[in-house]
Design a binder for this molecule. Structure first.
Ligand code: NAI
Length: 338
């Protein structure tokens, strides 16, 4: 009788298992730069995500330790660490989503553009490998300067003949996370309920939070709105200065990166109405890349949403950011084609 009970319960188990795996598809997520300040907590957070079945951790150093450590966590995904360029092909093969936090971060006094010379080359090489080994994957670009690294990725993909503008994303989620936190503090509303779109790009004045569209609504003075906008634009620098030479945002960035990756996976899995801000190829303005609200679907970008009504202050901010964003885009395109 005990055998019977056991076999029927194991039959039930396998049924459960089957229904689980048929409703939650297998998804391989690769993190490039997985042993870094962002990479490690991002690996942890992706290991906790039940939508991930395979987690591939790539870096030029230290991935065996990170993979062994994260791999002991008793959640769904299997974890494999890959180290060095010889293992990049295996790290990428079959990936549905590639997240790129590889490259150097800022030190006090640096702009994101100061990272261009080092990070542009790293992104170029990694994107050439993506074109070869997982051309259908969604790509979440975290490496700065995002305003330029996304256009670089697009050019590399075009050269490889596999560019799909629906699958390339600059991760600007940390700007949204910051805008929500700072707004909740001033508006005195529960932070978990706050929504604030952030448009433009991901550096200084190109970051434009639309507090006029923030919910729950609050009647904040123009002075407060100006200060909130500035704090959102300078949020990264606030962290760089507080870390005093030990890097830039890593923990809040890992959170933001995990949030955006989760939205991408939900979109791939057919969950309806997944909307996040991201820096993507766009026709919303005259600039070829622009961050705005994006609806995510089974093929990546399903729809780039309109900016909606802007306050006069935001309209000015939008015009003011265009020259810098334009030149960062052109710099990336030029680098990729030289
Ligand atoms: P980090 O220096 O702690 O880590 C970077 C990792 O990249 C290191 O482990 C390094 O070995 C690895 N790496 C270098 N070259 C590589 C290559 N060719 N292939 C694979 N991995 C490689 O830096 P952190 O703090 O993790 O920042 C990473 C990047 O993310 C920086 O460019 C930083 O500016 C950017 N960032 C972007 C944010 C955003 O909102 N999009 C926010 C914060 C940082």
């Amino acid at each position: 009788r005990s055998v019977l009970v056991r076999s029927s319960s194991s039959a039930k188990q396998s049924l459960l298992h089957r229904s689980f795996s048929s409703s939650v598809p297998e998804r391989k997520v690769a993190i490039l730069g997985a042993a870094g300040g962002i990479g490690q907590p991002l690996a942890l957070l992706m290991k906790l995500n039940p939508l991930v079945s395979s987690l591939s951790l790539f870096d030029i150093a230290n991935t065996p330790g990170v993979a062994a450590d994260v791999g002991h966590i008793n959640t769904r995904s299997e974890v494999v660490g890959y180290m060095g360029d010889d293992e990049l092909a295996k790290a990428l093969a079959g990936a549905d989503l590639v997240i790129i936090p590889a490259g150097v971060p800022r030190k006090p006094g640096m702009t994101r553009d100061d990272l261009f010379n080092i990070n542009a080359g790293i992104v170029k090489n990694l994107c050439s490998a993506i074109a070869k080994y997982c051309p259908h994957a969604l790509v979440n670009m975290i490496s700065n300067p995002v305003n330029s690294t996304v256009p670089i990725a697009a050019e590399i993909f075009k050269k490889a003949g596999m560019y799909d503008e629906k699958k390339l994303f600059g991760v600007t989620t940390l700007d949204v996370v910051r805008a929500k936190t700072f707004y909740a503090g001033k508006a005195n509303v529960p932070v978990a309920e706050v929504n604030v779109p952030v448009i433009g790009g991901h550096a200084g004045v190109t970051i434009l939070p639309l507090f006029s569209q923030a919910t729950p609504q609050a009647n904040l003075s123009n002075d407060v709105l100006t200060a909130l906008t500035k704090r959102t634009q300078d949020g990264g620098t606030e962290v760089v200065e507080a870390k005093a030479g030990k890097g830039s945002a890593t923990l809040s960035m890992a959170y933001a990166g995990a949030l955006f990756a989760d939205a991408c996976l939900k979109g791939l899995n057919g969950v309806p109405d997944v909307v996040e801000c991201s820096y993507v190829q766009s026709t919303i303005t005259e600039l070829p890349f622009f961050a705005s609200k994006v609806r995510l679907g089974k093929n990546g970008v399903e729809e780039v949403l309109d900016l909606g009504p802007l306050s006069d202050f935001e309209k000015q901010g939008l015009e003011a950011l265009k020259p810098e964003l334009k030149s960062s885009i052109e710099k990336g395109v030029k680098f990729a084609n030289q």
